[in-house]
Ligand binder design. Structure first.
Ligand code: GLP
Length: 244
């Protein structure tokens, strides 16, 4: 779906999430959300915070699992996804702290494999993701599933692509400061979500959006795996859709 502005598109996405939260509340069920970082979802979180403040949207039944985190990464580091999520969403809503899950970039190397297995099990213990919010990297990654990722991959540690690190360089004050690794949910983890919304804004995403939507499904562009998911919507602004 192409919208004339990313601001308006973000409202639509936020309202879909709010509707799902309320439906689950009525049924007295958890609403399990998979959340993304990066610039793309910022306006969605802004609107969810507004709905909480001005329209009494409660997050007490919401359980969240973030897609990814740099590794190694301190939680208090301003570049961490922990910091991002608290700054843009969690600090402003009534979600219970125990319901927030973000991959931990401080886990010791020797514990990392087991940590990833446990993260995956924890998602499954809530019955999987009801909704997964995604952005897309210019390598075609979703979460941090870089080219080469298997369609059945699960939560694991991965090596970041050079393009991904160079796109992150400005917020780290230089590419040398960008971690070389990350923890990410897998493609298999993401694809089990009942509903997926993937957002892309701006001209610089136009090329990868075209390849993701019109190209053949392959590990070279992991986002193409979403073509096989039966309930995924690509939300674009005009600029991101201009190569379609
Ligand atoms: C990072 C994140 C992804 C995100 C991507 C795009 O690499 N790990 O989850 O989708 O950046 O970021 P942006 O939304 O800033 O373009």
């Amino acid at each position: 779906v192409v919208f004339k502005s990313s601001d308006y598109a973000s409202l639509i996405v936020a309202h879909e999430i709010a509707k799902l939260i309320k439906e689950k509340q009525k049924k007295e069920e958890y609403c399990v959300l998979g959340l993304a970082t990066g610039s793309s979802p910022i306006k969605v979180y802004e609107e969810l915070v507004r709905l909480h403040n001005e329209e009494d949207l409660s997050f007490v039944n919401v359980v969240t699992f973030n897609l990814d985190e740099y590794y190694p990464m301190d939680k208090n580091d301003m570049q961490s996804y922990h910091y991002f999520m608290h700054q843009h969403l969690f600090d402003h809503i009534d979600i219970l702290p125990e319901n927030i899950h973000i991959p931990d970039g401080t886990v010791k190397q020797e514990d990392l494999h087991q940590y990833c297995i446990d993260y995956e099990l924890k998602i499954n213990s809530f019955g999987g993701l009801d909704f997964q919010l995604l952005g897309i990297g210019r390598t075609g990654h979703i979460g941090f599933n870089e080219p080469g990722s298997h369609y059945n991959s699960v939560t694991r540690s991965i090596t970041l692509d050079h393009l991904t690190r160079s796109d992150a360089a400005s917020s780290f004050l230089g590419i040398d400061n960008v971690p070389k690794r990350a923890i990410t949910m897998g493609i298999g983890t993401i694809k089990k979500a009942s509903r997926i919304v993937i957002m892309a804004w701006g001209h610089k995403k136009a090329e990868i959006v075209k390849e993701t939507i019109e190209g053949s499904i392959s590990a070279t562009i992991p986002a193409t795996y979403l073509q096989n998911h039966t309930n995924t919507t690509f939300i674009l602004d005009k600029e991101a859709s201009e190569e379609l």
